[in-house]
Structures are given as structure tokens and as C-alpha cells.
Design a protein around this ligand. Structure first.
Ligand code: PHE
Length: 346
């Protein structure tokens, strides 16, 4: 019996020293020390031995068990170290490999165009102002001298909203149809002189290749004691040259807006055909880019300015339209579809 345990130890020692992977050593641990392992099996035979003999053999068995455990522990350490060394010898990380390209985004062409327009006017001394998109009817219409039955007040063109909780006495409200109500708010907020540029979203009930129900405008307002139509023309000419290029011509056509008198629409020489006539300019050689005029005295009165003391000019332009001309786009709606293949071109 004693010999049996001694042989077991010799055999275990030989196998453990030959084992060189942690998995192999784990298998040996099970083989010798496991519940059904060689050592347990040997011990289970001891019941048949006389008492004295049993004591002696038991001590031997315990020694053998401790020896095998120690051998396994040392061998396990050795095997783990060897595995680590081997993995460090493996293929190295090549930090000179080109990285995976991360495509950088950019601002939407409408935002870029809006920022560029605002920047040009800020360079001429204008301050940036804004107002609410859900606007009181008074600011959107009455204060801007719209007569009672002006077609722009018709349900056809405007989105009306009814403020909740005001009941019968609710003041009429609209999604603003243009940025011109910000003129009134800017004048109410500070006394003359005033130079302000006012970008923002506006809403109309329109939807086709040149109209979307929501679009952007930039409004401009210049008020002082002796502002004239010549200032308006000089300022807008400077803007057109800065935005479209030095050689682009302008043309002022008489027009009508309730809030300016006289009023004008400004055209630029067609940027597509250089004025020779094409589909975009409908063979006229000209493209309309904005509405403008001298601020109507009624608008000054409504805003708390004295029309006897000040004069001023105002203008407003559509940003999507300006972006279309700048980038030569055929369909305005593409600007709102958010197809990255389209947007990535700008
Ligand atoms: N608000 C006008 C529009 O939406 C544009 C405009 C602004 C015209 C200021 C004159 C002066 O068409």
C-alpha cells in the first residue's frame, strides 16, 4: 500500500514536469487529486487495513497529496509565464497602418448660406436680432400696415394657431409668414439709430418645386435721421458683390409691399447664363433675389418711432432661393430631404 502511494507520486511528478500548458496541468490535477482521482481511489482501499497500518499509510497519503499539490502549483506558474512570453513574441501591432477614415460632417447648405449672408451685414455694422416663430397677428400684419383684407392675411397663405387657455379672448396668432415682424420688435426694443439683420424660419401654406411650407429669410433694417433710397441701393449692391461676386450686376424694379414706400424688388444678372438667357432666368437674363423699400411711416408709428424724425430702409430675402442660385440647384425640396449623398456635395 505504501508502495502504491510512492509510485503514484513518482508517476505524477514525471507527468507534471512534462505538462507545459495550463490546460494540461488542470487535467492532471483532476487525474490525481480529483474526487474520483488516483489518490481518492487509493484511500478508499484503506478500510480493509488493520488500525496501526491505516494510521501510517494515511500519513503517507497526506504527504503524497501535499507533494502533488505543490508540484502542480509550481508547474502552473511556469506554464502561465511561458504562455505570456509566447504571446509577447507574436505579431506586433503595426501603428504605421493607415487608420479607418472618419468622415467629417459640415453645416447644412441653408445654414451656411444664412451665416454667410449675416456675416456680410455684420461686417457693415449690422447687429443680429431675432423674434418668435409663433407670432401675434398684430406683429405679422397690423403693425406692418397690412390692410384689413390684404390677401396675405387669407387662410390660404398663413398657418393660424389658437393659443390654448385664452378662450374667447385669445389674441389671433400665426406662424410668422415672414421675418418682417422682427423689424417691429427690434424698434420696440431700442431707440433709433438702428441697424439690424434678422435671420429665421418662416411658414406659408405653399408646396411645389420652388416652395416649402417652412423656409428661411433674412430681414434687414436700417433706421437713422437721413437714410435715403441711395443708402438702400448702396448697401444692397455691396452685399450682392460680396456674396455673388464683384462682376454681378443688380437691377431695382418698382414693386409694392404694405410696409415700405416706395418699394422695390432687386434682381441680379443671371448667375447661370451671365445674362444671355436660360431656363433658370426664363430667358430674361435676370433673377429676383429680394424685396426692399423705405420703411412706411405707419410702421414707425406702430413701433414707437416718430416718422417725422427718422427714415429707414428694410429688405428681406429668401435663403433657400439664394442657396439655390449659389449652388445651381434645380429643386428646392432637395434641401429638406436630408439625403447625405446630396448634402455631402456642399
Ligand atoms: N417681407 C417681405 C416678403 O416676405 C420682404 C420684404 C422685407 C420686403 C422688407 C420689403 C422690406 O416678401
Amino acid at each position: 500500500m505504501q508502495n502504491h502511494f510512492q509510485t503514484l507520486l513518482e508517476q505524477a511528478k514525471e507527468e507534471i514536469e512534462a505538462g507545459d500548458s495550463p490546460a494540461q496541468l488542470e487535467a492532471l490535477r483532476v487525474k490525481y487529486l480529483g474526487k474520483k482521482g488516483a489518490l481518492s481511489q487509493g484511500l478508499s482501499q484503506m478500510g480493509k487495513l488493520p488500525h496501526e497500518e491505516r494510521k501510517k499509510i494515511g500519513a503517507v497519503a497526506n504527504q503524497v497529496k501535499a507533494a502533488v499539490e505543490a508540484l502542480l502549483e509550481r508547474a502552473m506558474q511556469r506554464a502561465e509565464e511561458a504562455a505570456l512570453k509566447a504571446s509577447l513574441k507574436g505579431p506586433k501591432l503595426d501603428i504605421s497602418l493607415p487608420g479607418r477614415l472618419c468622415r467629417q460632417g459640415h453645416r447644412h447648405p441653408v445654414s451656411q448660406t444664412m451665416d454667410d449672408i449675416v456675416d456680410i451685414f455684420v461686417g457693415m455694422g449690422f447687429e443680429v436680432a431675432d423674434g418668435p416663430e409663433v407670432e401675434l397677428g398684430w406683429y405679422n400684419f397690423e403693425a406692418l400696415n397690412f390692410l384689413e383684407n390684404h390677401p396675405a392675411r387669407d387662410m390660404q397663405d398663413s398657418f393660424y394657431v389658437s393659443p390654448e387657455g385664452f378662450g374667447e379672448n385669445a389674441p389671433p396668432m400665426v406662424l410668422r409668414t415672414h421675418t418682417s415682424p422682427v423689424q417691429i420688435r427690434a424698434m420696440q426694443a431700442s431707440p433709433p439709430p438702428l441697424r439690424a439683420i434678422m435671420p429665421g424660419r418662416v411658414y406659408r401654406r405653399d408646396f411645389d418645386i420652388t416652395h416649402t411650407p417652412m423656409f428661411h429669410q433674412v430681414e434687414g433694417l436700417f433706421v437713422d435721421t437721413h437714410v435715403s433710397m441711395a443708402d438702400l441701393k448702396g448697401t444692397l449692391n455691396a452685399f450682392v458683390r460680396a456674396f455673388f461676386g464683384e462682376s454681378v450686376k443688380t437691377r431695382f424694379r418698382a414693386s409694392y409691399f404694405p410696409f415700405t414706400e416706395p418699394s422695390a424688388e432687386v434682381d441680379i444678372g443671371c448667375v447661370i447664363c451671365q445674362g444671355t438667357g436660360c431656363r433658370v432666368c426664363k430667358m430674361s437674363g435676370w433673377l429676383e433675389i429680394l424685396g426692399a423699400g423705405m420703411v412706411h411711416p405707419n410702421v414707425f408709428s406702430a413701433s414707437g418711432y416718430n416718422p417725422q424724425e427718422v427714415t429707414g430702409f428694410a429688405f428681406g430675402m429668401g435663403i433657400e432661393r439664394t442657396a439655390m442660385l449659389r449652388y445651381g440647384l434645380g429643386d428646392l425640396r432637395a434641401l429638406f430631404e436630408n439625403d447625405v449623398r446630396f448634402l455631402a456635395q456642399f
